[in-house]
Design a binder for this molecule. Structure first.
Ligand SMILES: [Zn+2]
Ligand SMILES: [Zn+2]
Length: 225
């Protein structure tokens, strides 16, 4: 480290009842370009954060298409006018968002069409940062990990959707879910990142790759290896 203070990525999160799903706003501290990740029912708080930081949003990026992660897409897109990205293998879930909500007894509005499917790893850029996309199926067929960092630097922050949680893993009993596939995604994609890598999940507290590698009971017991 030199004398100059390290700059830090803008990062805001919000979650609201009844599901308390995390939506994220991330931004380049120098250029004020940003990205919205998984806007759900907390979309108004996310849009407030966009205004507070005076961000110019480039993309709305989805980790997967369970209804709680996409209920704010329409509102965000109307306000921001930017394209929405998803993995192709979750499009069937996205198209069924109203029915997904009904299965949980919750009214859900239809959402606008997806603008692009992730092709290759990216990066999708905002300011000096990039978002690299890795396919991490298991919780849903088109689940992805969004690895975010400065192009000129090695360190990444992971936005993992519902693949991995602090002390837990995503459920696999919803359509297209598969436990063996989920565990493989965590071990072969997420655990390739260094221990200090921050992990921002779709629900609950943030964690790190090292903490989950060492203490997550679903990834440490003999039966899961
Ligand atoms: Zn989910
Ligand atoms: Zn979720």
């Amino acid at each position: 480290m030199g004398l100059e203070q390290a700059h830090t990525m803008i990062l805001e999160t919000a979650a609201v009842p009844p599901i308390a799903k995390n939506g994220y706003v991330i931004g380049c501290e120098e250029t004020r370009e940003g990205v919205l990740i998984d806007p759900g029912d907390e979309v108004d708080q996310l849009l407030d954060a966009v205004r507070r930081h005076a961000l110019s949003i480039r993309y709305i990026l989805l980790t997967h298409a369970h209804f709680d992660h996409v209920t704010g897409v329409g509102r965000a897109k109307r306000e921001l006018g930017v394209p929405v990205g998803l993995h192709r293998d979750d499009e069937f879930l996205y198209r069924a968002v109203v029915q997904q909500g009904a299965a949980f007894g919750l009214p859900v509005e239809p959402q606008p069409p997806i603008d692009f499917f992730y092709e290759g790893a990216g990066p999708w850029r905002f300011g000096h940062y990039g978002v690299w996309v890795s396919h991490t199926p298991g919780h849903s067929p088109g689940g992805v990990c969004l690895a975010v960092g400065k192009e000129a630097e090695q360190s990444r922050s992971l936005f993992v959707g519902d693949t991995l949680f602090a002390g837990s893993i995503g459920r696999t009993d919803l359509p297209g879910g598969d436990t063996a596939t989920l565990l493989r995604s965590i071990r072969e994609v997420l655990f390739k990142f260094p221990d200090e890598t921050p992990v921002y999940s779709g629900h609950g507290e943030s964690t790190t790759i090292g903490r989950e590698r060492k203490t997550n009971p679903f990834l440490n017991s003999a039966w899961s290896s």
